[in-house]
Design a protein around this ligand. Structure first.
Ligand code: NAI
Ligand code: MG
Length: 491
């Protein structure tokens, strides 16, 4: 057992073999299942029920009933908000157990998992507060009419989420969906199916009516696809790979569903020579290596002003060498394993391709140990911008250092990508900071900080990093239909 924990995390094997449909824990119709792993050891920790297209249909019908004829559709907004606050309280009660299970199944450090839980609770509370504040407007029109708008739920929403922040991505999806009065069919990622089921249990305990929240595990190409194609699902919210989003948008087009996507990135993090170098080194390190680089916002293209490049690279490498990598459940661990063999192999493949194409590994570059999916924090230098390691999202602990000479040059190079999710800049010069913030094509810009993501601030991508925004008031737009009502006034 890991140091610092009194008991081993409890794996909910009972729940894992079930689907949550209409507040019942049911067996899947086809009887399919898949294994889920502990990425720290590569061992199977549970067999998980996979939902078939029939199960998806059952869940969608339950979600539709909950909306049209159940108590949810006619519930006061304030009461909806209260249910969400109650759910947040129950998550807070169970936060430590949930963090441990998240750490076990995802490989994220227990420290990060606790941080995620804190974010989950705040996100649900933030959106609980919105439930009774979603308002329409009265609108001036010509003639003797009264026109006003109503914001109404879109309906049944399919939510397909990834494995890097399993519970946090769930909260980002559930928060606005529930605040706006929608019903949910959620498909967690096949790598991390367990903690969502625990949240299903808590949603029932909180008192959410049957059919409001349905949880179906399974593969993307089967379960996910059936949700995307189902004619009675009104909207898809997806987080994951760009290529998956393209497939989803095409398949959702047949029924013209609303689709919002939050995809990857190849985020530029720019260090000017006038930055506080201690802060910038620590910040650039955190920007790429947080959660082993498995973040859509990872600062993977590190632009460093030429005059400080050598010192900067040296200081990054010093940090990389002393990083505590190991058992994610040990509270001292700073970096756990990558989530899966597949992800580890993808990362190591990129390291090899970078070297073949002529870039130089300054530090790291190898797998650690023979069991578990651990990868060394890796720094590339002497890279060209046409190399795969600079163009593609690696989604691992691999950063490429790119020297630059001035602001205009670095802005142009920072924008030389199909992505546009996030960007960082480190400088004491407010002109440079704001010029960069204005010109860089990214949904989020961090000045002298990185990875600061709050439920209150809109989050999403320019260009191929996605469509729509999550978090903040902005997300409400994507979970409501806007209706205009016009009344003839007599007299
Ligand atoms: P993915 O995009 O395949 O998976 C994300 C979710 O989509 C999972 O729940 C999956 O089951 C589902 N899915 C897959 N194919 C589907 C389909 N045809 N229809 C409906 N749902 C489908 O991502 P994957 O394979 O886990 O990771 C591959 C790469 O994607 C990573 O290496 C990384 O580059 C990127 N990624 C980006 C994330 C982000 O936060 N933006 C999160 C996870 C992965
Ligand atoms: Mg995939």
């Amino acid at each position: 057992m890991a140091q610092g924990l009194e008991t081993a995390p409890r794996v909910p094997t009972d729940l894992a073999s079930r689907l949550l449909i209409d507040n019942e824990w049911v067996s899947p119709k086809g009887g399919d299942s898949f294994d889920t792993y502990n990425p720290a050891t590569g061992e199977v920790i549970a067999s998980v029920a996979a939902a078939s297209a029939d199960d998806v249909d059952r869940a969608v019908r339950a979600a539709r009933r909950a909306l049209e004829t159940g108590p949810w559709g006619s519930m006061d907004a304030a009461e909806r908000g209260k249910l969400m606050y109650d759910l947040a309280d129950l998550i807070e009660r169970d936060a430590e157990a949930l963090a441990q299970l998240e750490s076990l199944n995802c490989g994220k450090t227990i420290r990060d998992a606790r941080g995620d839980l804190n974010g989950v609770i705040y996100t649900l509370r933030y959106y609980a507060g919105w439930a009774d504040k979603i308002e329409g407007r009265t609108v001036p029109v010509r003639g003797n009419f009264l026109s006003y708008t109503l914001r109404q739920p879109i309906g049944v929403v399919g939510q397909i989420i990834p494995w890097n922040f399993p519970l946090l991505m769930l909260a980002w999806k559930w928060g606005p969906a529930l605040a706006c009065g929608n019903t949910i069919v959620l498909k967690p990622a096949e790598q991390t199916p367990l903690t969502a089921l625990k949240l299903g249990e808590l949603a029932i305990e909180a008192g959410f009516p049957a059919g409001v929240i349905n949880i179906l595990n399974g593969m993307g190409e089967t379960t996910g696809d059936a949700i995307v194609r189902h004619p009675d699902v009104d909207k898809i919210a997806f987080t994951g790979h760009v290529d998956t989003a393209k497939i989803i948008q095409k398949n959702a087009a047949d029924t013209l569903k609303r689709v919002t996507t939050e995809l990857g990135g190849k985020s530029p993090n720019v260090i000017f020579a006038d930055a506080d170098l201690d802060e910038a080194v620590a910040g650039a390190f955190h920007a790429i290596y947080f959660h082993g680089g498995q973040c859509c916002t990872a600062g993977s293209r590190l632009f460093v002003e030429r005059s400080i490049r050598d010192e900067f690279v040296e200081r990054l490498a010093e940090r990389a060498k002393v990083r505590k990598i190991g058992d994610p459940l040990d509270p001292d661990t700073e970096q756990g394993p990558q989530v899966s063999q597949e992800q580890m192999d993808k990362i190591l493949g990129y390291v090899e391709s970078g070297q073949k194409q002529g870039a130089r590994v300054v530090s790291g570059g190898k797998r650690i140990g023979g069991s578990g999916f651990y990868v060394e924090p890796t720094i590339f230098d002497d890279a060209r911008e046409d190399m795969d390691i600079v163009r593609d999202e690696i989604f691992g602990p691999v950063v490429t250092v790119l020297p630059f000479n001035d602001v205009d040059e670095v802005v142009e190079r920072a924008n030389r990508t199909h992505y546009g999710l996030a960007a960082g800049v480190w400088t004491k010069d407010i002109d440079k900071a704001h010029l960069y913030a204005k010109k860089v094509k990214a949904g989020t810009v961090w000045v002298n900080c990185y990875h600061v993501v709050e439920p209150t601030t809109p989050f999403g991508g320019f260009k191929m990093s996605g469509q729509g925004r999550e978090n903040g008031e902005a997300a409400l737009e994507h979970y409501t239909e806007l209706k205009t009502v016009t009344v003839k006034l007599h007299g």
